[in-house]
Structures are given as C-alpha cells and as structure tokens.
Ligand binder design. Structure first.
Ligand code: AMP
Ligand code: GLY
Length: 427
C-alpha cells in the first residue's frame, strides 16, 4: 500500500515510524513532514489548506490510504472533499466528516451533542457577541473558578480559567466584543469548573465498530508543578495509573458508547480517532472536550504500546472492518518528554541547530518541530523533539527519557523536570 500522512509534528512522526515497520507498506509519504518523518518516508512540501495540492499528490502517487494528523483540515472538510471528488472518493481516508469534526471545531456543538446523549460533562451556557450583557450577568451567578471557552478552534489557547470575577468578566468582554481569539470567540461557552484529575482516552472507530486505545495523561503547562502558560503538551504517559478497570468501564459505558451511538443516530459520518479529554472526579468520568484526531504528544506514548500492525489497523478502520482486529497492548509504561525552544509558548527562535541526534539511545526520538537545513537538523517550531521510552513503570520510563534528553542539545533547550512525579503516589 502507498500511504500519505498529513501533518508535520511529533504525532505524524510517531505514525510514520510505526507505519514504516508494516509489511503491508509499499511507499510512505508525509506532507509536509519534518526532518524526522524524512527518515521514515518521503516528505512532500505542501500546505494542508491546499486541498487541490493534496488531491494531485494522492492521485499522482497512487495513494491507497490517507491519514490526517491535525484537526484543521478535518474541520475544514477534507474528508467531504475526498468523498465528493470522482478521483478521490475510492481512496480510504482516516478522519471524520466536516460535521463530525465539529465535535472539536465548535465547543457549543459538542456541549449540545453531549446534552442530547446524556454524556456526563460540566454544566454550561453559550453566549454570542450580542449576548455579552447576559454572559456577564451569568458569570455573577457562578462560583469561582470561572471557565470561559472560545467556541471555535484557537490553537489550544481558547480556554481561560480565572478565579477572579472581575478578571473573568474582562476576559469575556475581550473574547466576545474585541474578538480576542478572532472569529473563534464570537461565541463563548461558560461552564462549571470540574475539580478532579485529568486524563484522555482515545477511540478508533470505523463508523460502526470501535476500539478503545491505551489511555494517556499529558502535561499542558509550561512550568514544573503545572504552573505557567498552557502549551500544546510538555510530556505524556500511558497507561495512567489511576485509570483502573472499574473507571475505564465507566468511561466506555457512560461516554464512549453513547458518543459512538449518538453520532450514528444523528447520521454523522465519523471514522477515525475520537480523542476524549476527561476529568476523573472521585472515580467518575466527565468529558472536558472532544478532539477529532489523536493528541500530540499523547500519540507518542499511545502508539508505542500498540503491538498490532498499525497500517493494518488503520486500513481496517478506513474500510469498515475494525471488528476483524483484536488489539494487542504492551503492558509496559511509555513516557515522553518534550524538548522545547526557549520562550515557547510565547515567542521563540527557529532554525537552531540540534546536536546529539546521531547517538544511540534507549529511547525513540520523535521530531515535533524540525527541518533539514543542508544536512543539519534545525528547530522549526516551539515544540522541537518528543523523547519516548518504555519501562516497567512510569519512574523507569521517564528516567530513561530524561537520560536521553540530557544527550541532545540545542541553544535555549527547555524541558519540564517534574514529569510523572504527580503520579508516583498511585504506583
Ligand atoms: P480544552 O481546550 O477544553 O481541553 O481545555 C483546556 C484545559 O482547560 C483542559 O485540559 C483542562 O485542564 C482545563 N479545563 C477545561 N474545561 C474545564 C472545566 N470545566 N473544569 C476544569 N478545568 C477545565
Ligand atoms: N496534547 C493535547 C492535544 O493534542 O490536544
């Protein structure tokens, strides 16, 4: 099979790394890819918003399966574009329809969906630009902390949690009136604060059957002790020690099954990954958010634990035959730490040379934001490398990743130094 992966981060390198091992693979292409994916296949330089370029590429390269990494092309309707094009409609593609991707593309859509299907989540109300006054009045009826969410995609930055009513009110005004997050905040969801421990579960569905993949926990804040600004993710671990069988059964019964059935009942075509962000409150799961793709860096700890041939798994999902697959999960722990560029998630430099990648490690080094510069690997994003190791528990796995991280250097390199520490009490 010829496979095309769309995206350029650590998630796509992790997909490429696993797919490259498959006996079913003929040629692997990654668009646009990074310096890491270039080690697994051929990078193709195109923009993910340029669907015509993607069409030309899929047709001319005789692609048999497309794997869409990030949310943007899904929310922009790439799956519908394939379905409606005579040359593309027979090429299986992993990802939901534009309507299905609204589970991530609109917080209000996803909250309404959860209400319709009685899926546990925080209570909420949505306010449009014209309803700023009502929104400010509603805030006053809530207890702090206040949770404000831009309705649309805001590159992971659209959620504001504030313990101060005045600050929350100002933020709501900034979002609705001054469009702090552009069009994405022309509607804002205000919801109840959920006090618990977070984790994520990942479902792969062919639209009818589903498999629950290993769960993971990521570390969102830039600073040790979960302090400072939110990032795309500074590290992740799988399995999550507090997600025991009893809890995961509740996740399946109360959340996964009603979500899959709800999509089917509403006639929403949904094939691919459903990433469910959860809060565990005293042993009960609540949905924080849906994403219509895999997580990054969660993919870098979930895929290494899946022992099945990933290409076979994805192809079965894309062709409605997931019932033929039995998942085989490695019961070791996978832990990843993200090396980022100084300044991230605010301003940072690109083009910094990375040293030490040629050494042999006990870890897998996934490239998140890198590119090749005349034979040298240089940084090309805020999140630069994700270093994953397997171990008998999370202490061993994180220790290995930290050892590898110490051997890779670049100017301004930063990483969190406390990953996994919060979970040691559950071991
Ligand atoms: P989201 O983009 O919806 O995942 O939100 C970003 C982060 O904000 C989540 O990962 C949580 O840490 C936090 N968060 C979102 N909604 C809530 C909530 N209702 N209660 C507590 N924390 C929340
Ligand atoms: N790590 C969080 C995400 O991929 O959305």
């Amino acid at each position: 099979m010829n496979v095309l992966i769309l995206g350029s981060g650590g998630r796509e390198h992790a997909f490429a790394h696993q797919i490259a091992k498959s006996n079913l693979l003929n040629k692997l292409f990654i668009a646009p890819g990074n310096a890491g994916t270039a080690l697994c296949g051929t990078n193709i330089n195109l923009s993910l918003n340029d669907f015509d370029a993607i069409r030309n590429c899929a047709v001319s390269l005789h692609i048999n399966l497309v794997v869409v990494g990030p949310e943007d092309p899904l929310v922009n309707g790439i799956v519908d574009f394939f379905e409606n094009d005579p040359l593309l409609k027979n090429i299986p593609i992993i990802g939901p329809s534009k309507k299905g991707a609204q589970l991530e593309g609109s917080k209000d859509f996803s909250k309404q969906f959860m209400m319709r299907h009685h899926i546990p989540t925080a209570r909420y109300q949505t306010f449009t630009q014209a309803q700023l006054k009502e929104g400010l009045t509603f805030l006053k009826t809530l207890k702090p902390p206040y949770v404000l969410k831009a309705d649309g995609l805001a590159a992971g930055k659209g959620v504001i949690i504030s313990s101060n009513l005045e600050h929350a009110s100002n933020e709501l005004t900034e979002m609705l009136q001054n469009l702090k997050f552009g069009d994405a905040s022309s509607s804002v969801v205000i919801e109840e604060f959920l006090n618990g421990i977070e984790l994520s579960t990942f479902v792969l569905t062919d639209g009818n059957n589903y498999l629950i993949l290993p769960e993971a926990k990521d570390y969102k804040r830039i600073g040790d002790g979960d302090t400072g600004l939110n990032t795309g993710g500074m590290g992740a671990v799988s399995p999550v020690p507090f997600a025991d069988t009893n809890f995961m059964k509740k996740v399946e019964d109360q959340i996964v099954i009603p979500s899959i059935n709800g999509l089917k009942k509403e006639g929403i075509t949904y094939l691919g990954f459903l990433f469910i962000g959860l809060m565990n409150i005293d042993g009960n799961p609540f949905v924080i958010e849906y994403n219509c793709r895999m997580g990054d860096p969660e993919t870098e700890v979930v895929l290494p634990r899946i022992k099945n041939d990933l290409l076979e798994l994805l192809y079965k999902a894309a062709t409605g035959k997931l019932n033929e697959i039995k998942l085989e999960i490695d019961n070791q722990t996978a832990a990843t730490i993200m090396l980022v560029s100084g300044g991230y998630p605010e301003g940072y430099q690109k083009g910094i040379e990375i040293n030490g990648l040629d050494k042999t490690f006990e870890s897998t080094v996934y490239h998140a934001g890198t590119k090749d510069n005349n034979g040298a690997v240089v940084s090309n994003g805020g999140r630069v490398l994700a270093i994953t190791s397997l171990g008998k528990n999370l202490v061993e796995a994180f220790n290995k990743s930290y050892e590898t991280a110490a051997q890779i250097t670049f100017s301004g390199k930063y990483q969190r130094s406390d990953l996994g520490k919060d979970l040691e009490k559950y071991l």
